[in-house]
Design a binder for this molecule. Structure first.
Ligand code: CAA
Length: 701
């Protein structure tokens, strides 16, 4: 029933809903590619079709079904910021449920949000086996707003309903059947629904069903426990709290009053900052994936990938490929290198199995797709070859030259370099037009971002093929100009300089890390550096020409020279023994000494001050990248930082946040820092211009 071909169906705005009649069954067919979102025209179409079908005396039952890849995947997110047009989705759901003739929903694809709310308003639900059903609204900082918080508990009980709504994670058709969300699973849901309708059936309204709400005492205890734990719940606010209120309403209040509570909560959530940020990211992620090179270019489907270098990044990328079912060759130096890479990949697979994110069978199958070898000639059948050797220009150039000799004609040759000049690497391959800087983030099997560095002369097919690989790995691709550090590491370097300056001036790594955790990052910048290794950016810093008028902080360099490389060396900003992490007191002593030698009187930084400086450093550098054309649009930078640096998604990304603060206020804050230290702060002209014109970054999207 799934129609993958529907993916390529053109969008049609006209007649997104049709009414078909045959043998006393009226079928309302939704046809609004790509995902049959319940926009105004669709809601109006269903409403009118339902009136017509119900009024027709020959109608025995009404079926709601959808063409293309899915039953509606939700309300139309792009309409959220516009004035609501009638009929509201909640009104439509009430109308469906109130219908005097039986209404059946035939489900396939991803039945999400408003789509599931429509389905729950029907009197019967039949789904194809591959259907996924869920209420992902919380991921947009909202909650189901069309009666979903009232109907779900009536179908599946409080505990399951709360789980579905608060997690936002879709469930399978078989699971939905087992908890009572749907009535049947069938390979042909439309045919099965029609057969059921023809056999004669009664109207059955979800709102009248209280059989799953009979354990009121137990359910109240559960809700009280959940409410008590609210402070520990990281979800968006106020949605996270309001979901409990609404589900409680389903238990305690009559249906209409529960719905009124839900409507108020929904309105509050839609207007909230968290929701605006999450919706901005949803739409920006999809916009970022639209590279200009894809227009008219044909991607070679990446069936085989080769990775040269099986270290931390190489193994992570290999794992991501294997999990996506791609035949993967990993080339390492000699037997020892091959064995170490196999250990790394095997251990990561085992961790995924232990966590339950991968089945034993899938893990075993992944290993059958892996070819670990020490022969570089084994890359000759790969569609994409990714070089992941150590971050050293000469070492990379030697390997890329070999890859250029052995890769097949038309193959994409990629580097995962973090900081080196892509032009110098491209040249070594002998076929720079087929070279890209594809940049994954550690751990590559988990982090969603893939930056794709494109030079003016990169062949569009190479870009399209790399993009196709990112999509196949279910990653988020973001385009960058091919310049050293691409987008994220350029910003990271700046962020680090500002953080290091605070270290030199009196802060400690722990204080900075804690402040940034308080901002919403899962790890502070020094915790991240310790994990990725201090040596990665060291060489790039040494190579970079230095502007003598600008401040340079050498703390990281001294640490590398002392062998304090981070976790892998047991010592970096912290000391690691037996998985315990404690501050590196030698480093603290070294900082005291340096300050004394350099005549710096240590000062205290408040957490808010640390956060503000780092935030402003990110925003200012992002503006520089936009001016230089490294990033195509501000929203791409937001996506890149959320997906690559784990910038807190509830903040929507730094530039979304800067717009909220206003560029005028941002410019004033940078100006104050400039006045304090001109060797560290220099306001980007773009920030200055936008502040002067009362403009926003989003104007440039
Ligand atoms: N509204 C508007 N557009 C949507 C949409 C929605 N709910 N869901 C997806 N789209 C659009 C995307 O923007 C994208 O557009 P482009 O082709 O222009 O880029 C297109 O559909 C395809 O989407 P994806 O690229 O994401 O395709 P996918 O196959 O990877 O994923 C999906 C499909 C699982 C449906 C995914 O798009 C998704 O999770 N969508 C959001 C679902 C959701 O959150 N629904 C709840 C909406 S809120 C709601 O319904 C509230 C309520 O109660 C009133």
């Amino acid at each position: 029933m799934d129609d993958p071909a529907g993916k390529s169906e053109p969008r049609r705005a006209k007649n997104p809903v049709r009414l078909e009649r045959s043998g006393g069954i009226a079928t309302i067919v939704i046809d609004n590619p790509p995902v049959n979102a319940l926009g105004t025209a669709v809601r109006q179409g269903i409403f009118v079709a339902l009136d017509l079908a119900e009024a027709d005396e020959s109608t025995k039952a009404i079926l709601i079904a959808a063409n293309g890849r899915t039953f509606p995947a939700g309300a139309d997110i792009t309409e959220f910021d516009q004035p609501a047009q009638p009929p509201e989705l909640g009104k439509l759901c009430d109308r469906i449920e109130a219908c005097s003739k039986p209404v059946l929903a035939a489900l396939h694809g991803t039945v999400l949000g408003g789509g599931l709310e429509v389905a729950m308003s029907a009197h019967y639900r039949i789904a194809a086996p591959s259907t996924k059903l869920g209420l992902p609204e919380v991921k947009l900082g909202i909650l189901p707003g069309a009666g979903g918080t009232q109907r779900t508990p009536r179908l599946v009980g409080i505990e399951h309903a709360y789980g579905l709504i608060q997690s936002g994670t879709p469930i399978s058709a078989s699971r939905a059947l087992s908890i009572g969300l749907i009535d049947a699973v069938d390979e042909d849901p439309r045919g099965a629904a029609r057969a059921l309708a023809e056999s004669g059936m009664d109207v059955r309204r979800t709102q009248d069903n209280r059989s799953k709400l009979s354990n009121a005492h137990e359910d109240m205890v559960l809700l009280q426990e959940l409410r008590a734990g609210l402070d520990q719940m990281p979800g968006p606010q106020p949605a996270t709290a309001r979901i409990i209120d609404c589900v409680e309403g389903a238990l305690l209040l009559p249906f209409e009053i529960g719905c009124a509570r839900e409507r108020d909560a929904f309105a509050e959530c839609v207007a909230s900052r968290d929701s605006q940020a999450l919706r901005h990211l949803f739409l920006s992620t999809r916009k970022a994936a639209k590279f200009p090179e894809l227009q008219g270019a044909t991607a070679n489907t990446p069936e085989q990938v080769a990775i040269v270098g099986g270290g931390l990044m190489g193994a992570g990328i290999a794992l991501a490929c294997l999990r996506a079912g791609i035949a993967t060759t990993v080339v390492e130096d000699g037997e020892a290198g091959v064995t170490a890479a196999l250990d790394r990949i095997g251990a990561a697979l085992q961790r995924s199995i232990a966590k339950g994110t991968l089945s034993e069978d899938a893990g075993a199958h992944a290993l059958t797709q892996l070819n670990l070898t020490s022969r570089i000639t084994d890359i000759s059948t790969a569609d994409i070859v990714v070089e992941t050797v150590s971050e050293d220009l000469n070492a990379k150039r030697v390997v890329l030259e070999q890859i250029g000799r052995h890769a097949k004609d038309g193959a994409v040759i990629a580097t995962n370099s973090s900081y080196l000049d892509p032009a110098a690497l491209a040249e070594a391959t002998g076929r720079p037009n087929h070279f890209v800087n594809i940049h994954f983030f550690a751990p590559a099997q988990i982090m969603p971002l893939v930056e794709i560095g494109v030079a003016p002369d990169t062949h569009p097919t190479a870009v399209a093929t790399t993009h196709a690989l990112a999509k196949k790995l279910r990653k988020t691709p973001v385009r960058s100009a091919a310049t050293p550090g691409l987008i994220v590491n350029r910003i990271l370097m700046r962020l680090r300089l500002v953080a290091d300056a605070m270290l030199e001036d009196g802060a400690t790594p722990k204080q900075i890390d804690q402040a940034m955790r308080g901002f919403g990052f899962p790890l502070g910048p020094y915790e991240v550096l310790d994990r990725s290794g201090l040596d990665i950016s060291y060489t790039a810093r040494q190579r970079q020409p230095r502007d003598a008028s600008q401040r340079y902080v050498d703390i990281g360099d001294i640490m590398v020279n002392r062998g304090w490389l981070g976790r892998k060396a047991g010592r970096g900003y912290y000391i690691y023994d037996e998985d315990r992490e404690r501050p590196n007191t030698d480093l603290l002593a070294m900082l005291d000494e340096l300050r004394a030698q350099r005549g710096i009187v240590p000062r205290r930084f408040k957490n808010q001050e640390i956060r503000d400086r780092i935030f402003l450093a990110i925003v200012n550098e992002a503006a520089v990248l936009l001016e230089q054309g490294v990033a195509s649009r501000p929203s791409d930078i937001d996506v890149a930082l959320v997906c690559g640096l784990a910038y807190p998604d509830k903040r929507g990304g730094p530039l979304h946040e800067a717009d909220h603060d206003t560029l005028f206020a941002i410019a004033q804050r940078i100006e104050a820092l400039e006045a304090e230290d001109t060797t560290l702060w220099r306001m980007a002209p773009l920030v200055k211009r936008l502040a002067r014109e009362r403009g926003k970054f989003s104007d440039l999207n």
